[in-house]
Design a protein around this ligand. Structure first.
Ligand SMILES: Nc1ncnc2c1ncn2[C@@H]1O[C@H](COP(=O)(O)OP(=O)(O)O)[C@@H](O)[C@H]1O
Ligand SMILES: [Mg+2]
Length: 325
């Protein structure tokens, strides 16, 4: 398995564990927060966010879809809307006093959107306190479900939004680059989570060693690192295992054209268990379907424009599974 950890390593040095620990444990919440990520742009995160949000709204739930892909925001288009007058930029730059002021109704009943910033502000540039405030304010929104459409990449902010959510969905394409990015994303989450906990400060050298070890060697594998910690300090090793076991990822294979592509989700699940010791659930797949781009061209959500196409039918199955958990 080839994972390039170079970026993760250098980025990890920037933020002390004490700063991170206030994000952990998970926030007390009223709404269910689902984050939709995936290491790469163009895999279908916004499409999945928009159509999942629509289906939950159609079930009668109050849903807010939030475009956190600051810098590449297009969730509004996936929901069949123009750029709303108020966006997250107004909140971040304090043009408005509360997050509620940038919640805009969508054409779909029960569904509102917080549109992403339309300027160059990237989510990576969101300051630590701003991020915490945003997470807290999201929690105060009067919604049953809040869906976070995350940007591409593994910036700390993207990772933290993913970790803080109740469900972490990863959209993956059945192609090597996307699968590689998914592993990179999972590994980054894994490291970020460990760094959030002050108790693990004493094992930082081991973590760093695992991160800097040559890819493909035993030392580079996170499960080896856990085994090492267990040997040196069994109690801390157990604590580490417990923390890691709380991380849950759910994978959606998108743009699937055949059975073998659909089954790739199971391989990713197995590899993640073996190498990271993390639970990855393969939720299911979405068909590759021409209706996807046809609906984008019409600026309409696919499940609304083509409710009976293969993609919409596979969406129904997927959302039913997600909702029932
Ligand atoms: N299941 C699918 N079948 C065909 N095309 C798809 C499918 N899912 C997504 N696409 C195409 O991929 C493009 C990128 O999707 P998008 O949701 O914007 O990706 P992301 O948010 O991850 O950058 C869309 O414009 C759409 O045309
Ligand atoms: Mg997007």
């Amino acid at each position: 398995m080839e994972i390039n950890t170079a970026r993760t390593n250098s980025a990890m040095k920037e933020s002390p564990a004490s700063e991170l620990s206030s994000l952990n444990p998970r926030l007390e919440v009223k709404s269910k927060i689902w984050s939709i990520g995936g290491g790469k742009g163009g895999v279908g995160k916004s499409m999945v966010t928009a159509n999942t949000a629509i289906m939950l709204a159609q079930m009668g739930y109050k849903v807010v879809a939030v475009d956190l892909d600051l810098g590449g925001a297009n969730l509004h288009t996936c929901l069949g809307m123009g750029i709303p007058q108020k966006t997250l930029s107004d909140y971040i730059s304090r043009q408005v006093s509360s997050l509620k002021e940038v919640v805009v109704p969508s054409p779909i009943e029960n569904l509102s959107i917080i549109s992403g910033a339309q300027d160059e502000i990237g989510i990576a540039n969101l300051k630590y306190l701003q991020k915490n405030k945003l997470l807290k304010n999201l929690n105060d929104l009067n919604a049953d479900y809040i869906l976070l459409d995350l940007g591409a990449g593994t910036s700390f902010n993207t990772l933290d939004f993913f970790i803080t959510a109740h469900k972490g969905l990863l959209v993956v394409l059945p192609e090597p680059t996307s699968i590689e990015n998914t592993y990179r994303f999972i590994k980054s989450i894994f490291i970020r989570k460990i760094k959030m906990i002050d108790d693990f400060l004493e094992i930082q050298p081991l973590i760093n060693k695992a991160m800097t070890a040559k890819i493909g060697t035993r030392q580079s594998v996170p499960s080896e690192m856990i085994a090492n910690v267990c040997q040196i300090n069994p109690q801390l090793g157990q604590r580490l295992k417990d923390e890691i076991s709380q991380l849950k990822f759910q994978i959606i294979m998108n743009q699937v054209r055949n059975k073998s592509e659909a089954e790739m989700g199971y391989s990713i699940q197995t590899i993640c268990k073996k190498y990271f010791g993390v639970q990855v659930e393969y939720l299911g797949y979405l068909d590759y379907d021409q209706s996807a781009w046809q609906s984008v061209k019409k600026r309409r959500p696919v499940t609304q424009e083509f409710p009976h196409c293969n993609l919409s039918m596979s969406f129904k199955k997927l959302v039913a599974k997600l909702y029932s958990q």
